[in-house]
Design a protein around this ligand. Structure first.
Ligand SMILES: *Cc1c(COP(=O)(O)O)cnc(C)c1O
Length: 443
């Protein structure tokens, strides 16, 4: 264990050579894109009721393969997870006057999906160890206006879905799983995304597998599948010729994925299982080395849930180290380099998401559509939106300093790379005295 001087205090860093890029695009993807280009058909969607309403051959093959692999009846490709969440909330029928229960600890699209349909997001608290919504926290937020719940499997760990689904059945609520960070994760032997009424995945380049940008919505419900397909592709122009009676939220969008992205997606599906296993084995390797530092505890994996590690989270206890999380993060970042292709983001260690979503300006000022505080103060809305500090104490504590995570366990990291990460953690935690002195002089 090194007690050399910390890089933050002027010593030599553990490492300066950049970490490898997360490189999952190879020869297969290049060939697949090449054949789409040679076919001359980069998309085949038509925004009318026609066989091409469902897109081109590669998009449809990608959807069939995704559905089969994940054990879902329907898979629908979209151009992002954000689009998929919008389509899912629209398909659920949420609208003005309705509430959608959301988590404050997520990427904003899990919440803006409700706003897009003029429904009001209501925030339930998270479990402080798994960072996910629970049936208990959701129950306390259900009102006669509740229409749907967006459950996010944060960081790659599946929420405890059985009690959530039971609660949803009791109250006739639609459950949408945001699986952007949890593709291929399992819960009691079933894939995340197939546990609720709809599951939404991301194919953005930050995620486990990607097509640059893209997403997928899965469901076992024929009616919801049709509604997602309509919202994806100009519903307003299609409902009449298709003979669709329920036109609620049938103002469509263009959320269509291209053939090249779908071709890449097919190759990525072949790699998914292996990429997930590598993440899990890198995390196990790291936790053997840095699993018991003072004040730092690996985020526990709950019973029945599987973790696929979009990031690798630790619970951080400031009362043990006497140092705010930000000091530890700064010290760690100073010891380690950035990753190739993500130079501008600095060392991939941090808390990232700044604060609970309800503390962001659109909620604090309640300004959504136009300048008349719609949907928060819409006359059709009979509830009272509450976004005050303190409504989700666990989320505020965790986001405010109780969690620390990193991405330095992605496939492509060798054992030598992981050893450097572990050395940096050990070096920082062996120098807490020096850090406390530094912190008292640099508050
Ligand atoms: C990345 C992410 C999204 C958005 O995905 P895009 O494909 O970039 O739109 C939504 N929810 C969560 C939890 C995410 O991590």
């Amino acid at each position: 264990m090194s007690t050399a001087e910390l890089a933050l205090l002027g010593g030599a860093p553990v490492r300066t050579v950049p970490f490898p890029a997360y490189d999952v695009i190879g020869r297969e993807e290049q060939d697949a894109v090449q054949s789409v280009l040679e076919s001359g058909i980069l998309s085949k969607y038509l925004g009318t009721w026609h066989p091409h309403f469902f897109g081109g051959p590669v998009v449809q093959e990608f959807e069939r393969r995704w559905a089969a692999m994940f054990g879902a009846k329907h898979a629908m490709a979209v151009n992002s997870c954000t689009s998929g969440l919008y389509a899912a909330v629209g398909a659920a029928g949420a609208g003005p006057g309705d509430e959608v229960i959301c988590t404050p600890y997520t990427m904003v699209a899990s919440v803006t999906a409700a706003l897009v349909f003029n429904a009001v997001p209501v925030f339930a608290d998270i479990d402080p160890e798994t960072f996910n919504l629970t049936a208990e926290t959701i129950r306390s937020r259900i009102t006669p206006r509740t229409k749907a719940i967006v459950v996010v499997h944060l960081f790659g760990q599946v929420a405890d879905m059985d009690p959530i689904m039971e609660l949803a059945r009791e109250h006739n609520l639609v459950v949408i799983e945001d699986c952007a960070q949890a593709p291929w994760a399992e819960y009691k032997g079933r894939k995340a995304g197939t546990l609720g009424h709809m599951g939404v995945f991301s194919l953005n380049y930050h995620k486990h597998i990607h097509t640059g940008e893209g997403g997928v919505v899965v469901t076992n419900d024929d009616g919801l599948a049709e509604r997602v397909q309509l919202i994806r592709n100009h519903a307003e122009a299609v409902v009449e010729p298709k003979g669709v009676d329920n036109i609620v939220n049938m103002i469509g969008f263009n959320f269509r994925l291209g053939e090249m992205e779908a071709a890449i997606g097919l190759c990525q599906l072949d790699k998914l299982d292996s990429l997930i296993r590598q993440r899990q084995s890198n995390v196990a390797y790291l936790e053997r080395r840095i699993g018991s530092l003072p004040g730092l505890r690996p985020g526990p994996v709950a019973n029945g849930a599987e973790h696929v590690y979009y990031v690798h989270p630790f619970l951080y206890d400031q009362s043990v180290t006497g140092l705010p999380r930000q000091v530890i993060v700064r010290a760690l970042k100073a010891e380690l380099p950035h990753a190739t292709r993500r130079e501008d983001e600095g060392t991939l260690i941090g808390p990232y998401y700044g604060k609970p979503i309800y503390l962001m300006p659109i909620f604090q000022k309640m300004i959504g559509y136009g300048d008349k505080q719609c949907p928060f103060k819409c006359p059709l809305y009979k509830g009272q939106a509450d976004y005050s500090q303190g409504i989700c104490p666990n989320a505020e504590a965790v986001m405010g300093g109780g969690v620390l995570f990193h991405e330095l366990m992605r496939p492509g990291m060798t054992h030598q790379d992981l050893d450097d990460v572990a050395t940096a953690f050990h070096k920082v935690f062996a120098n807490l005295d020096a850090l406390r002195v530094w912190h008292s002089q640099n508050p």
